[in-house]
Ligand binder design. Structure first.
Ligand code: ZN
Length: 265
């Protein structure tokens, strides 16, 4: 449930350029791309006993995404890919490490995916035996990583919600929890350090939407202000959606109407 910034994943992972032999394919799904795609999700699996289980997990995520606003109405803007590679190649590309984040990924591999897709993407690495989930605070215009440790989730519902939480980070949303460790400063669109910022970012929804208000605490700081009591960016297990403020932000982002600004500057 944590966020780290670009670059952290690549520390000390030096390499000589190699030729990658992996395959990347569009995930077969009944799904028509009605618009210019604004989000490319690339799935790769680690430590799976068999590929059938991996595909089943991707299916869980896709179905949950389809049922979650504002991805429901923007489903025709999302492209899904899957990476096929040998165990040997996985060992070259990924390096499991102690601590946080639990995985390092070769940067030339990430650049290679970009060259093949010719667009930015979110690389979703599902580690079947992993216990840690994390994502970089990023935006829709940047390639970034999401790591999901499947073993930490008790069932498929919490697994799917965990995916949505981390996807939220990778699209620029902040943590809305109070008891969590503060890893980043407050910032738009969903965690304000001061009341004036909160009024500027979601004041127009206060009074119009009964769920939206100025609630104490986010990014691990009780003095910061978040827009709703419950949301996937707070405790995903206790929430059923992203909440109106995050939904509006994600909707505009998926429709390419805004350029997100995760730095908050
Ligand atoms: Zn988080």
């Amino acid at each position: 449930m944590s966020i780290k910034v670009w670059g952290f994943f690549f520390l000390s992972f030096l390499f000589n350029n190699i030729c990658f032999a992996y395959d990347i394919k569009l995930y077969p799904i009944e799904h028509s791309l009605e618009y210019k795609p604004t989000l490319d999700l690339v799935f790769s699996g680690l430590n799976y006993q068999n590929q059938k289980v991996f595909f089943n997990d991707i299916e869980i995520f896709i179905q949950r995404l389809k049922q979650t606003r504002p991805f429901t109405e923007n489903f025709g803007r999302i492209k899904f890919y899957c990476i096929y590679f040998s165990e040997k190649e996985k060992n070259v590309i990924f390096q499991q490490v102690q601590g946080f984040p639990p995985l390092k990924v070769r940067q030339d591999f990430l650049e290679d995916i970009f060259a093949r897709l010719k667009s930015n993407y979110k690389l979703v690495i599902i580690d079947a035996s992993g216990l840690t989930s994390c994502a970089e605070l990023s935006s829709s215009e940047k390639a970034s990583l999401i790591i999901l440790g499947k073993a930490r989730y008790k069932d498929k519902h919490s697994f799917a919600k965990g995916f949505l939480h981390e996807l939220g980070h990778s699209l620029g949303l902040r943590d809305e929890c109070v008891d969590c460790q503060q890893l980043l400063a407050a910032g738009p669109p969903n965690c304000a350090a001061i009341r004036e910022d909160a009024e500027k970012w979601w004041g127009d929804l206060v009074g119009k939407d009964l769920r939206v208000n100025y609630i104490s605490g986010c990014c691990g700081n009780k003095d910061y202000i978040r827009p709703t009591i419950a949301s996937f960016m707070n405790d995903p297990g206790k929430a059923e959606d992203f909440g109106p403020v995050n939904e509006r932000y994600l909707n505009e982002l998926l429709k390419n109407k805004i350029v997100s600004n995760p730095s908050g500057s």
